[in-house]
Design a binder for this molecule. Sequence first.
Ligand code: GLU
Length: 313
Amino acid sequence: MSAEWNELQTQLPVWLEASRQRAASGKVAAYIPELANAPADALGMTICDGHQQALTAGDCGLQFTLQSISKVFTLLLALMDQGEEGVFAKVGMEPTGDNFNSMLKLELVDPGIPFNPLINAGAIAVSSLIHGATPAEKINRIAAFFQELAGDAALKINEAVYLSETKTAHRNRSLAYFLKANGVLEDVDVEEVLEVYFKHCSIEVNCMHLARMALVLAFDGADPVSGRQLVPRRYVQIAKTFMITCGMYNESGAFAIRAGLPAKSGVSGGILALVPGKYGIGVIGPALNSKGNSTAGVHLLETVSNAFDWSLF
Ligand code: GLU
């Protein structure tokens, strides 16, 4: 066992309790009504290494939905289905500096394709690119891919969260119809694309699942547990670059400076992060800061990254 792993084992629970205090300044997302039931002061972290060791601290047993974290992995699947050309004909490569659900820039640029695959408009466009004759076929392929990455064939959709989102998603619906009008969603039914999008956001996980999914990215697409190459290295490179530039909403620049790790957060309070070649990390802390990131989770990731000088930069 490395000295770093030993220190992590001792310090992680201490750092976690210090970061937990930050939750008091955050708020659990409520625009999807079902998410509002999450415990605001929960905080958990799991770290997996490439030798099948895992460390857990805090509320790691908590189940939560992937929300925007799923966008990284639907992007990978779309790249595997359509190649780079197919995907980047429909979605750009640039950060927006706007909110995740903004439609502002869709009308300002020509062609009106979403700026990147990690904002809602971009992820909805990506959902339309997943192979499958029906929404059910697409979602089954997505679920099977996520299960393989997470090493758990039991991952499933949280139906209550899915229904809660689909009933209240007026803004995402308007974004999707806007994309249809702009020719981004061609030959597809908007409601069917939204069904796929809301369902992949509603897949339920815990910190260990996130850490395992992150581990595959940390090892360039090869799962160190099964030894299988699950994603081509080039596509993981693309995903990690988006995670650095757009993974933490409008806090991506600050997070890159303070923690320096590829990461993706979701409105459920989950964060998936990785240390290339070393660790996959899963965090849950439902209370969000004003940018939409887990307030305690961000603090904990920054603390751990700084302690071990993990920044990529
Ligand atoms: N399903 C959520 C939405 O579309 C995901 C948002 C997020 O986690 O950023 O609003």
